[in-house]
Design a protein around this ligand. Sequence first.
Ligand code: C2E
Ligand code: MG
Ligand code: MG
Length: 597
Amino acid sequence: MGVRVPRILPQAFHSMGWVRSSVSGTGRWTADGGASTVSEWFRAMVAAATDAMLLLDSEGAIRFINISGEKLFQQRSVSVLGNSVEQLLSMPMPEMSTSPHTVTGLITDAIRLRRQEQLALWGTGADGSSFAAVVSVIPLEDLSEPMALLQVHEFAEEQQREARLRYLTNFDPVTGLPNRALFSDRLRVAAARCARGESGLVLGYFDIDRFKDFNETLGHRAGDDVLCEIAQRIKRHVGDENTLARLNGDEFALLIEGAYAANEVEVFARSLLNAIALPFFIDGHELYVTASIGIAVYDRIGDEAGDLLRKAEIAMYRSKSEGRNNFCCYSSALEGGVPGRLRLEAELHHALERGEFILYYQPLVEISSQRIVGLEALLRWRHPQRGVITPSEFIPVLEESKLIVSVGDWITQEACRFLATLSGDLDRPLRLAVNVSVEQIRHPGFARSVELALAASGLPSSALELELTETMLLDHTAVVHESLAALTQLGIAISVDDFGTGYSSLAYLKRFPVSVLKIDRSFISDVSSEGDDMVIAGAIINMARSLSLGVVVEGVENESQARFLRQWPELIVQGYLFGPPLPEAEARVRWPGIFPA
Ligand code: C2E
Ligand code: MG
Ligand code: MG
């Protein structure tokens, strides 16, 4: 875009034998050794410079401003000296930006890392007017204290537009990070360096888990805050020498140059996941955000930039399908294993029409009597080539494409039909738990479609229990509120699935009559080792009892977990120990007692 910015090299000051007078603080320069002619030249040069020039200390305070600077910012030198540079310069498009970067931060980083920077910033005049400017930041070395020279070059009118455009072409206005275009550029350069054997390269591809939930529950502004916070956490963890970019939506990419052993990469990835997963507060909500990371390492000549990015993305999808909050390193074995997102979406469109979805049922068992008191319907996709696929691989795509609304309708109808065929041989009616996705509950027709499914099957509404996550219960939008109110009006029970993995603020208990908390399986996975999780699981169970809520403990896999849970005889448990999810035909054989003869 061709904006030429004259540069002054820091060495120029030194080669002329100049140092800053250390005590005056006025920012004037004196000759070292009394070379008064040089001093005059120097002063004349700085005074005549058409670009504004400022000297900043390592805190970002203004220590000197030349005449062009005074003119440009419409400020007398005396009224800016000692003040923060933020008084004169700010990040571009502040109205759009919630960038974690500040001008001071960028400049002090440049000084600390001794890195020259060229920044597109906004200048502010004393009358409040603003203008776009190219600012060259030149760290000055070997002075008595670290400083930076700033050259500020105002853009002409058409250049202003160009600057805005250029900023948007290369940076993401939300996080202030490089965007995909700039990242691809840097990746290309790095890959070329690898090809010449000059360095190694590790590429990380991040996707925030369940970001859509945050965005749509808390609002886009809070969603942006989540993105900025995650960006900052990654940046703090990896340091400024490496390029972190926001590729789009909730996807970030990280470029690390250098050769690392596989185990170093793994240790690093794990520590990065931990740093991301620390709780934080936004708008008074305590949030837990996790990410899935895919990693590709440059390992052979000819690995092109685009190729590496694709490999890291494939690895990211694999780590997502393995349960999120996870990382995965690319290997050729992953090729073909994870179909492209688009192909998956296209296939899912057909799956409903072709009857490829099926429901599995997993028993809910009362721990003391070992009786089956209910069933949870769990979705499966019988893929024509790949066999039976579990929901973690395709539910996110169903949700993103909103296909979940029609698939969800089918799930409720099918589950109600199935339950109506059961004999109820037991001394209490079986309950049927159906998982509901956020996109369904956000759909205005949801409560009505559940009502119709019940009516068609002839089941009473008390037989049905809808499993929602905490995030969904905290969604304050009118449509969600109305759906939930209509469902509870119908007498349908609501249970909180995966309890303990979301907000756990319990604020929603005041708004909706929740019947059951389903404690996430992570809380009892360690019960046998008598760790903290056991204490937490016990505390949640006791708390739920004191609130007269039912409790289901998910993921009970072994006898020692069951032994621990038997302290609460009325507890309902679910897990492989008591029965895996099975398709209808197999369930009939496995649990004949609950089916008609
Ligand atoms: P969820 O609702 O928490 O379901 C429990 C998951 O734990 C199921 O995974 C189940 O197979 C698994 N599980 C059960 N017992 C054990 C155990 O002892 N150990 C371990 N490690 N796992 C156990 P599944 O079927 O893969 O479903 C995963 C998630 O997908 C579900 O978690 C639910 O959030 C979602 N999902 C499943 N079916 C549907 C559906 O019909 N609609 C919607 N919207 N989401 C669904
Ligand atoms: Mg569930
Ligand atoms: Mg669950």
